[in-house]
Design a protein around this ligand. Structure first.
Ligand code: KG4
Ligand code: ZN
Length: 339
């Protein structure tokens, strides 16, 4: 790849329509994000049909803005996992542009993007990730633990059996009448409450690396049913603590078991302040370094898709092999090693 090889990234897996240009694998020239929060707010969650329509309405303008006059050498889009309608919109836009410009098209796993995003420092790309590491992907749609030997070498250790962590935050927020997306609202209320007020469960599922968050959510709903004069801040603080304890405990156990000194945390829930401080503190006592994605790049964006594509292309070039393009969309895509 030439030094200034530029990639247009496209992201449309859930409720953000985004396009970005990454130059030379080093610098984000643009990262335009149209968030559909307003469309979904009154339903307290993402409505797939509305999401598809909003992607279709915005994608051209978002791409136009991100492209500006930047030359591009490749188009990368998130081909899964995600909502089928959004994936389809992203694929059509990406393929049309790639054909028109006469440049290659590459499909990227959205979850891989969330972990690669840990390498951004503002608009610059740094090699912050150090391997081997344990990766925690925590978003509104997914919660997974991976052992990552190097860029593109993954072993999925476990994933949620029911709700994703972000989904649990969103559902608890809904039970409490708080706005969507629930994570930031619950955190805000939690600051005013007592974290030990209510003893919600910490489902650790010993013997597996899987998660299960629906039990915590159900415990909250029973608590609200049985305690008419509940305190919203206490419920939020105790719920948030239970979620963070579960995520931190399992991730650190995995790091210990796989003898790694590095952890990467990406995805929308990685913005959670309590998760950030408690993971950092507890990891530090075990001499483990935690690489959190910067907050502003924790939620869905196309820069992370472009970066994952750059790393994948560079890896193939180094190995002297053609890069697998994977342009078929797959709503249930699993993360796969590159070789
Ligand atoms: O990664 P993301 O933007 O979209 C998906 O790929 O799902 O994650 C969105 C999720 C939502 O569920 C939202 O409530 C959650 O991330 N989230 C948070 C926080 N900020 C966003 N959860 C807990 N604490 C936060 N501060
Ligand atoms: Zn995401």
């Amino acid at each position: 790849m030439k030094k200034d090889f530029s990639i247009l990234g496209i992201e449309s897996t859930c409720d953000e329509t985004s396009a970005a240009v990454l130059k030379g694998g080093k610098e984000v020239l643009s990262n335009v994000i149209y968030s559909q929060i307003e469309e979904h707010k009154k339903y307290h969650g993402v409505v797939p049909e509305l999401a598809s329509r909003a992607h279709a309405a915005k994608i051209a303008i978002v791409i136009k803005e991100a492209l500006a006059n930047h030359p591009i050498d490749c188009v990368a889009f998130a081909s899964g996992p995600g909502l089928p309608g959004g994936l389809m919109v992203g694929r059509v836009a990406a393929e049309t542009l790639a054909q028109f410009k006469g440049v290659p098209l590459i499909g990227i796993n959205h979850l891989e993007g969330h972990i690669f995003a840990c390498d951004f420092e503002g608009s610059q790309v740094k090699e912050r990730l150090q391997f081997p590491l344990v990766a925690l992907v925590v978003s509104g749609g997914h919660t997974e633990l991976w052992y990552v030997k190097d860029y593109g070498q993954y072993k999925v250790l476990g994933k949620t059996r029911d709700d994703a962590a972000g989904e649990a935050f969103d559902k608890v927020a809904k039970l409490l009448g708080l706005a969507y997306p629930g994570g930031p609202q619950v955190s805000k209320q939690a600051l005013l409450g007592r974290r030990d007020a209510i003893d919600f469960p910490r489902p650790l599922l010993p013997g597996t690396w899987d998660f299960s968050f629906s039990g915590i959510k159900t415990a909250v709903s029973y608590y609200l049913r049985d305690n008419k004069n509940f305190s919203i801040p206490d419920v939020c603080a105790s719920f948030e603590q239970a979620m963070v304890d579960t995520l931190v405990t399992k991730t650190l156990l995995a790091a210990k078991k796989y003898k790694v000194h590095h952890i990467a945390v990406g995805g929308g829930v990685a913005a959670n302040a309590l998760l950030r401080t408690q993971m950092q503190q507890q990891a530090a006592t075990r001499k483990i370094e935690v690489h959190f994605v910067e907050r502003k790049l924790s939620s869905d964006n196309a820069a992370m898709i472009a970066l994952a594509a750059y790393r994948k292309l560079a890896h193939a070039e180094k190995a002297g092999k053609p890069c697998k393009k994977n342009i078929d969309i797959n709503p249930n895509m699993k993360v796969r090693s590159w070789d």
